[in-house]
Design a protein around this ligand. Structure first.
Ligand code: NAD
Length: 360
């Protein structure tokens, strides 16, 4: 197969970690007989330096023309970088929001997997962490509380603020379909998280999710209230497969879930639209404190590339090979600084990429 990949290396550790992910993709192409063409594009601080803005129409158009986008991270040190002296809509992060909107990326997929080799980094009790967990949180990204009407005004002499949580049935249906589609490629279980005991928007959410579930008889659907879900994540994370939820609930729950995996440098993510198109990036930021030192952990970006193979290109075997190679490298004891522990073998960012390549 031949695929065109738009590559946004970005700022800070972005260029280092994306270079390693491209190394892995090249190895996959060689082994499985594919051709991956890359087009490198600017976004974030590096685009401000060259173009005066964090995101250009050219970058958006080139991304739209590609089969998928692979991204590193954008942004700099928010206290010292001159990028943060600019107005908010010209700062690096504005590029990120802009590209998600321009590409219609409404579904954010965050797998949270505890590798047995890293279970020591999990802050949960051993009796819980020893069972391991492997879940994927699907967060609605373009609606809900973060996008509803809001205002702050004085009412009868009292300053009052209001935010609105609104979802129409189409917005719910399209994310539910995505969740069930992904569950079909995993353990065939969907947990839909809401607050249906209080919120109308949640009762509506639940009803539409149940309608969608009828088209997926093989997938087990359960509903869970968001407060209970926050508890279940630390009590028994092994129970989850695919979790689907609205924007703000997903924001909070996905951070809670990433915390129990132990390291931000291990967590991939994908943002997708209705088609197979997606933008794949690590969950972490540009880590200016270690940028340019060949110290960053490239695994989150490499696993993001594996998600791209699986979800955008339909290359399940190739994605399994990349994920298997990551597990093997961890088993062999290779560690970047962020996941280092006693008795393990320290490696640089590029060494880590080389080791993973060797095992594919
Ligand atoms: P950060 O995720 O960049 O760093 C937090 C800590 O985690 C740092 O100690 C860093 O060294 C470490 N870390 C992160 N990724 C790592 C990796 N791959 N390997 C090893 N260690 C890693 O968060 P921050 O410091 O709050 O933000 C720095 C910049 O990144 C800011 O400009 C912020 O706006 C931006 N940011 C960008 C994105 C994105 O591009 N999607 C996401 C979050 C933050």
């Amino acid at each position: 197969m031949e695929k065109n990949i738009a590559v946004i290396k970005g700022d800070g550790i972005g260029p280092e970690i994306v270079t390693e992910a491209m190394k892995i993709l090249d190895r996959v192409a060689e082994k499985y007989g594919h051709v991956f063409n890359y087009e490198q594009l600017l976004m974030g601080g590096c685009s401000i330096d060259v173009n005066g803005v964090p995101l250009t129409d050219e970058t958006i158009e080139r991304c739209k023309a590609a089969d998928a986008v692979l991204m590193g991270s954008i942004g700099g040190d928010t206290t010292t970088s001159p990028w943060y002296k600019l107005p908010a809509d010209r700062r690096p992060e504005a590029g990120l929001l802009g590209i998600r909107k321009a590409l219609g990326l409404f579904a954010n997929l965050r797998p949270c997997l505890l590798y047995p080799q890293l279970s020591g980094a999990c802050p949960l009790k051993e009796e819980i962490s020893s069972k391991g967990f492997d879940m994927l949180i699907m967060r609605e990204l373009t609606g809900g509380l973060y996008f509803g009407n809001r205002k702050t005004e004085e009412i009868d002499g009292v300053m009052t603020a209001v935010d609105t949580l609104k979802y129409d049935e189409n917005e719910i249906r399209r994310i539910a379909v995505k969740a069930f589609d992904v569950a079909m490629q995993r353990k065939k279980k969907v947990t839909s998280v809401d607050k249906a005991n209080v919120l109308d928007s949640s009762r509506h959410w639940r009803k539409v999710v149940e309608e969608v579930a009828k088209d997926y008889p093989e997938v087990a659907l359960e509903h869970m209230l968001v407060d209970n879900c926050a508890m279940q994540l630390v009590k028994d994370p092994a129970q989850f497969d695919v979790m689907v939820t609205e924007n703000m609930f997903g924001d909070i729950l996905s951070d809670e879930a990433s915390m129990i995996t132990g390291s931000i440098g291990m967590l991939p993510s994908a943002s997708m639209n209705e088609t197979r198109f997606g933008l794949y990036e690590p969950s972490g930021g540009s880590a200016p404190d270690i940028a340019g030192q060949n110290k960053a952990n490239p695994i989150a970006t490499i696993l993001s590339a594996a998600m791209m193979l699986r979800y955008s290109f339909g290359m399940a075997e190739e994605a399994d090979a990349v994920e298997g190679a990551v597990a093997k490298v961890l088993e062999e004891g290779y560690r970047t600084g962020d996941i280092m522990s006693d008795g393990m073998k320290p490696v640089s960012c590029s060494d880590m990429g080389d080791k993973i390549t060797e095992f594919i």
